[in-house]
Design a protein around this ligand. Structure first.
Ligand code: NAP
Length: 273
């Protein structure tokens, strides 16, 4: 039988750990498949989706900046992808329909939110209103958390999100350093803290002792802010768990196997960062 081909598409994409993750699981479960990173221009999106239609590709993950832009090329947008207008996983179903699904929402819930006690009373701040933000908001909503504030450098993008999620409380970027002190959970959904990139220009001083800090960034495994808070005995989560759980659901959608997250996988991923 022909080798099954999978890919992650985006721009940039070569930093992605998804190939390591999926190729590990393909090997573990004896599936003859290969998963690669494909840097893609916007003009090429339709062509790539057509490769799924004609069975050259079995499935794709989508990363920035195409999670919304890909939507017009798929036949059906389902479940969390419909609720967030953000697609990160595509496959051809048994009726030859190209389906767009979102596994980031599950990734967030499985990695972090399921562990939070008394979730519905927590005050949450999402920092960032880019491509991943709708998945962050919707995962909180699904986990019964509704006291949600959002702040973004570009204010209008928060307002745009409020049109879809009208319960959001929109804050101003210039008061962020003060505002962080009011929250029980803070989620960094910006690219501030990425390896070789910019970071917050202040330390997260004065936050609640009981704060839970969730970073969506996994490269580095610990951002400057996460390290600072951890040193101050704040409970922190890195983006690596989210990456793994969103990948686990994509793998399930493609192979109908729920792959195990074992120590060997964790060590392998960490060795690549
Ligand atoms: P995006 O659409 O490019 O959005 C980037 C966000 O970062 C925007 O809110 C942007 O604000 C903000 N930002 C960038 N540079 C900034 C700066 N110098 N100062 C203040 N804010 C700045 O990216 P995305 O897809 O939403 O991804 C956001 C983060 O989530 C990335 O770090 C990505 O690695 C992470 N992520 C992780 C996973 C996972 O599985 N762990 C999955 C998806 C995404 P403006 O709107 O003002 O530009």
């Amino acid at each position: 039988m022909k080798k099954k081909l999978y890919a992650i598409i985006g721009n940039p994409v070569f930093h992605s750990l998804s190939p390591v993750l999926h190729n590990y699981w393909f090997k573990k479960y004896g599936i003859d498949a290969d998963y690669s990173a494909m840097q893609t221009s916007e003009e090429n999106l339709e062509n790539i989706v057509n490769k799924i239609r004609n069975k050259e590709l079995k499935g794709i993950n989508i990363t920035l900046p195409y999670k919304q832009k890909i939507i017009k090329f798929v036949d059906q947008v389902v479940n969390d992808a419909q609720s967030t207008n953000s697609v990160n996983t595509i496959f051809l179903n048994e009726n030859n329909i190209i389906v767009g699904e979102n596994t980031d929402v599950f990734g967030l819930q499985a990695a972090y939110l399921k562990e939070i006690i008394n979730a519905e009373n927590k005050k949450i701040l999402i920092i960032g209103a880019g491509g991943v933000a709708p998945s962050v908001i919707f995962s909180l909503q699904k986990s019964n958390m509704h006291k949600i504030s959002i702040v973004n450098r570009t204010y209008d993008k928060s307002i745009f999100l409020k049109k879809k999620f009208n319960f959001l409380n929109v804050l101003k970027w210039k008061t962020l350093e003060q505002d962080i002190r009011d929250f029980d959970i803070i989620i960094n959904a910006t690219s501030l803290g990425l390896k070789n990139g910019k970071d917050f220009d202040f330390n997260f001083e004065g936050v609640k002792d009981s704060l839970i800090y969730i970073d969506t960034i996994y490269n580095p495994v610990e951002t400057k802010t996460l390290k600072f808070l951890k040193r101050n005995n704040i409970k922190t989560f890195s983006g690596l768990d989210m990456l793994i759980y969103q990948g686990q659901k994509s793998f399930y959608l493609w192979n109908k196997i729920n792959p195990e997250i074992d120590d060997e996988l964790m060590n392998l991923l960490k060795s690549k960062l």
